[in-house]
Design a protein around this ligand. Structure first.
Ligand code: IPM
Ligand code: MG
Length: 356
């Protein structure tokens, strides 16, 4: 028996999670996985319920689970709350408390969606990139940080970008291992022409290459990487980078595939336990309308079954079902192109369940 903790979160979070849970329950029965679900609050929902964005109860339940499935957090409803209570802070806290340092963000082009990409089909057809983003360090967590008032009365915001050797090594190892079971090419992205933290990053990643002689390692500055991603994305296999660069580059990579609404992610600890969530946010602008694309969350369920629950056949079945509904021409608004059938969140969930 395995335990999965579900954190619906805010805005479209509960809508997409409802569909993803139906899909999970379907494979649970079909494949006899014996998965048990529990629920907790995170983000704005937690703030409203108990006054903090990442309550102790949520952390306790998360630690007692084999995997976590998250919708999305945040929204303008909480724009005015103090910084340490913001919904995003809840997400960062759970990532950090559970030491989910390795964030895998695959950007895969479904052939059916080649025309939904903003790039010409020949640049993106067959695209299959894995971004490995460091998730619990770097400038997101570095201390000191804050907003202070200088002697001249002017205010100053400041953050600290730092990585120590062991932090770089553990994410490097995850990326090299990922490259080994894929195309054996790894591109490490940094800004080592300017930032010391990434000079060390490049040095450590380079020193690790000897342990993975089959992997072809390259390095790229982040500005160039952003350009190359939209110029010639198929040159990449696995990309490894720090927290902030990974945040930005994964949104870019997502768009190449037609919509960020298609991108799942896994955030893993050193033992393969993890939290699974779509790469997109809580989309307050479309919340409550039943139009959000649930496929990134449904594909996150597949990643969860594959990486944390050892249920590869069920994961394969979900990915196949998603491909089938795309073959049927079903599209939510974000991936809609002429001639297709426009559907809402629930209809898309229905179709995936039916395909299973
Ligand atoms: C992401 C999101 C988060 C991040 C936000 C919501 C804190 O953009 O998962 O990419 O920056 O990590
Ligand atoms: Mg992001």
């Amino acid at each position: 028996m395995s335990k999965v903790l579900v954190l619906p979160g805010d805005n479209i979070g509960p809508e997409i999670i409802t569909e993803a849970v139906r899909v999970l329950e379907t494979v649970n029965q079909k494949f006899g996985l014996g998965i048990e679900l529990d629920y907790a609050h995170l983000g704005g929902a937690a703030l409203d319920a108990v006054g903090e964005p990442c309550p102790q109860e949520t952390l306790d339940k998360a630690r007692a689970s084999d995997a976590i499935l998250l919708g999305a957090v945040g929204g303008p409803q909480w724009d005015d709350v103090e910084r340490h209570l913001r919904p995003e802070k809840g997400l960062l806290t759970i990532r950090s408390e559970l030491e989910l340092f390795g964030n895998l963000r695959p950007a895969i082009m479904y052939p059916q969606l080649a025309h939904a990409s903003s790039l010409k089909p020949e640049f993106v057809s067959g695209l299959d990139i894995l971004i490995v983003r460091e998730l619990v360090g770097g400038i997101y967590f570095g201390e000191p940080r804050g907003i202070r008032t200088l002697d001249n009365g002017e205010r100053e915001g400041y953050n600290t970008y730092k990585y120590n050797e062991s932090e770089i090594r553990r994410i490097g190892r995850m990326a090299f291992e990922a490259a080994m079971v894929r195309g054996k090419r790894l591109c490490s992205v940094d800004k080592s022409n300017v930032l010391e933290a990434t000079i060390l990053w490049r040095e450590i990643i380079t020193s690790m290459a000897a342990d993975y002689p089959e992997v072809e390692l390259s390095h790229m500055y982040v500005d160039n990487a952003a350009m190359q991603l939209v110029k010639e994305p198929k040159q990449f296999d696995v990309v490894v980078t720090g927290n902030m660069f990974g945040d930005i580059l994964s949104d870019t990579a997502a768009m190449l595939t037609g919509s960020i609404g298609m991108l799942p992610s896994a955030s893993l600890d050193k033992d393969g336990g993890g939290m699974y969530e779509p790469c997109h946010g809580s989309a307050p602008d479309i919340a409550g309308q039943g139009v959000a694309n649930p496929l990134a969350t449904i594909l996150s369920v597949a990643m969860m079954l594959r990486y944390s629950l050892d249920a590869v056949a069920a994961a394969d079945a979900i990915e196949k079902a998603v491909s089938d509904v795309l073959d049927q021409g079903l599209r939510t608004g974000d991936i809609y192109t002429d001639g297709m059938t426009r559907v809402g969140t629930v209809e898309m969930g229905d179709a995936v369940v039916a395909a299973l």
